[in-house]
Structures are given as structure tokens and as C-alpha cells.
Write a protein that binds this ligand. Sequence first.
Ligand code: GLC
Length: 540
Amino acid sequence: MVLIPMLSEATWESAVVYQVYWRSFLDGNGDGVGDLKGLRSKVAYLSSLGVDAIWLNPTYPSPQGDHGYDVSDYFDVDPIFGTLDELRAAIHDFHEEGIKVLLDIVPNHVSSQHPWFKAAIEGDEDGPEESRFIIRSGSGPKGASPPNDWKSIFGGPAWSRFPQKTADTQRWYLHMFDECQPDLNWENQEVHERFERILEHWYEIGVDGFRIDVAHGLYKAPGFPNMETFDGNWSACWDQPKVHEVYRSWRRISDRYEPRRFLIGEIHTSSRDRLLDYIGKDQLDAAFDFSFLHQPWSAEGFMERIAENLQLAEMSGSTPVWTLSNHDETRHWTRYCTKGKGEPTGELDCGTRYRSLISLMASLPGRIFLYNGEELGLPQAEVPDDSRQDPAFFRQPPDSDYKGRDGCRVPLPWESERDNAGFSTTAPWLPMPVGWHRYSVDLQDEDPESMLNYYRGQIEMRKAEDWMGNGEISDLSSNGGVLSFVKSSGGLKVMVNLNFNDRPVPMDTGEVLFRSSKSSLVERDLGPGEIAFLILHEGV
Ligand code: GLC
């Protein structure tokens, strides 16, 4: 029997979700890559952090050309990660601790090693096997150039040559990412049916929901217009109206299960308002807010992003989601807490800005998504070019400064005295950066002032104090570089102030309940980068 976590609806609405980039979490079998054995040995760690759910990056069999986002079988588990039975057991372990498990579903494309793509190569020209993909004749003499000007998100053309069968004219297949990730043709009903079965398969195993990869993808504009000639406010290859029918059907399936299953989209649209079309009762529960994640350090900017995200949630009847890091983005320690290139402002105990950011998220209404390692204060790692693995790095033009996403994906340090900081008994798939052991969990565990214990404290406080996760938010403002809002719950009113200036500012009102620096609670200056929670008493 599948045990379902006993989280109340209110707890789930304000849940803390922890993203496990499993390749880099913990290697349990000594092959240099993280796996289910490693993950299962850390259920207690995640429970002690206080997380309500985990999101696992794609766990399906995959040639790992884009580290799991090139799926060759949606119904099983990659042997590097473990077996289907081990995943079932892991879900059971997490559920026993009251932690939900979200998987990552990849509907825009499959692996070029997926049986469907192999069948397309072997099947008849224009036959049913080919019609699961987007295959078009090229332009120019003999179709020698790609059918249109679309670019892959990873760089270079979005089309590669499809093996020739009978025609003289060269045909091409579409891949919006790497060439090992052919895009599916969602005009084909068989594709819909297959993904519906995939959802049911995992829901029956006990999975609590999905993060939907490239949820704004799937359909392409009819006629495949060139980007430069497309006359409309949407990008030709993304965010097409028909995609919503897919999510309506996924919603219906997800609602058939008890408790209803959760769907969150990775959605990039040309304007923020367009996110509204995806979320709400009949489609997805939520969407990531990448404009919050991309917001530079500014009180005004954070205020605007928070206001927009709250408004989006209100208009769509959904719950806001806050996140600052993931496996595609430069770690936010480096984005917010470095002076120059790769230069940390201080050691582990000095990241006041960084501490303030988790406290900010912990005091906002809605769900928080954390990315593994952020609780240790990990910066973006320097990965030597000859060790890089990200396909996006290899598709860059020679003059590009973009180094890909490996720097946020290096393995987690667990034990300071062990080889590879305890991640693996052998060389990890991405090298452990020099000095990484000093961020290790064992050292931070023992140190009451560590980042890890700060994160634990903030998550615990959010659970204990109803005003943090569930209170009503009001009076959102930014004044003189200080972001401020009030949260109310029961008779309690708490003002949250975050100082974005490089100098201290005085706090006029309220009794300090908590602050992110080591200053005493009676001190009335709010330091640079510091956040404070202040109780507002009657009549103040
Ligand atoms: C999403 C994933 C990213 C992946 C891409 C292609 O953006 O987050 O890691 O490379 O989709 O699937």
C-alpha cells in the first residue's frame, strides 16, 4: 500500500520544497554520480532541515546527454540512479517522514535514443513513426539549409539533418535544445495519450506531482515562421495557445487522485501576464517566478517582483512560489554576495545578505523552492573547461563568455575529512572544487552559527509562527533602500524590513523579534543587508 504524506492543505500551501539535483547529491555506490542509495541515506538530513517535499530532477533512463533531460524511457529509472523498486522504496521512506516527492516530466522532447526516434529513423518517409516528431524539408537548393531560422536555446541552429531515406531534398528534425533532444510533435494525438499514461503510471506508484520541464514549449506556431518575420507578440516556437488543452487534461488526471496531485511549470513567456493563462484551477497549480530569481539586489526591484507575484497568485487563485536558485542558474550566493568575479564577500558566517534572503522567502506567503546546497551557502564553483559536461557549453560560439551550467551542479560536500568531501569514494562526475570541504555538512552541523543551522532555524520558525507562512501580507513598500511589509495573523502584526543599503539605517517602530545579523535585539540600527522582524504593538 502506498502511504500518502499527512500534510494538511495549509502546510502544503506554505511548503518548503527542496530540489535534489541527484547526480550531485550523494553517491552511495562509488561510481562518482549521486544515486538513490545516497539519497535514501539522507532522508533524516532533509527531515532535519524541515522540508515538506522534494523535487527530483529527471530520474528516467537517459543517455544523460543533457543530464536526464533527454529521456529514453519515461516509465522506468536510470540505472545510474537506481531501480524502479528502489525509487518506490525511497518514496515510501520520504512519505513516512511526511515529505512529498515530485518528479520532473519532460514533454517537449525525448532522447534521440528513445525507441520512438529510432523507429522514426527506421520507418517510412512521412510514415506514422516520423509523425511523432517535427521533420521538415530544408530550404535552399536540395534543402541544404535548415527549414527556418530558429535557434536552439543552447546555441546554434535548432535543426539537425534527419537521415535521408528516399527524397533528394535534405530533411531536418527540430530540437529546441541539444541535437540529442528531438522535439515531439504535439499535433499528434498519440503523443498526448502517451504522456497521460506516463502521469498515471507515476501517480499510481505514489508520486505527489510533477515539475513540468519547458512547460511553455510543446506546440510550435503553424507554418513554422521565421522568428524575424513572425508578426505577433509571442515567440514562434513557444507559448502557443493549444498548450493549455494539454494542461487541462493533465489537471483532470491529477485531480482524480487522492490527495490531488501537484503540477508546477517551468514557464518562460514574452510577458509576465501570459503566465496567467497557465495557472489556476483548471491547469497548473503554480509556475516558477523567474523574474524574482533574476532580480538584482535592489529594494525597489524586490518590492516590484513581490507585488507582481502576489498579484499573479491572487488573479489566478493560486499560491505564489519563491525561488532564488536552481540547476540552470548561477548560485545566488555568487549573484548577491560577491564583490567581483568569484570573490566571496566573506566566510560562511558573514553572509548577512544571503541569510536575509532566506528569511525574506520564509516570511512571504506561499511555497519556497530551495536548491540543494544553498542551505550550505555554496557559491558558484569554478569548473575547468576540460571538465565541463553541460551541452550548453559545447554549443556556444568560440567568442562566447557563457560557460554553461556546471558551476551550480558540482557535488555537495558532506564530510570535511573524507576524500571528495564525502560525496563519493571515487572521482566525482564534476570535480570537487578546491576548498569545498569547508562547506561540509558535518562542520556546519556542529556550528550553531553555520548557514545550515540558520536555514534550519528559519524553516522551523516559519512552521512555528503562523504569520510567516500563512499570514496576510499588507503595506508592501520600498523607502530609502529598505524593503518593508507587514504580516498579520490572529491578533499579531509583524513588520519585515530588509536593508538593501551598504550602510545601517535606523528602525523607528516595532519590537525586534528576530534579525539576520548577530547584533542584539535591542540595537535599533538595521545593518547593511540585514533583515529584521518587528512586532507591531497596538497603537503603534
Ligand atoms: C529546462 C531544464 C534544463 C534543461 C532544459 C531542456 O530548462 O531546467 O536543465 O536543459 O529544460 O530539457
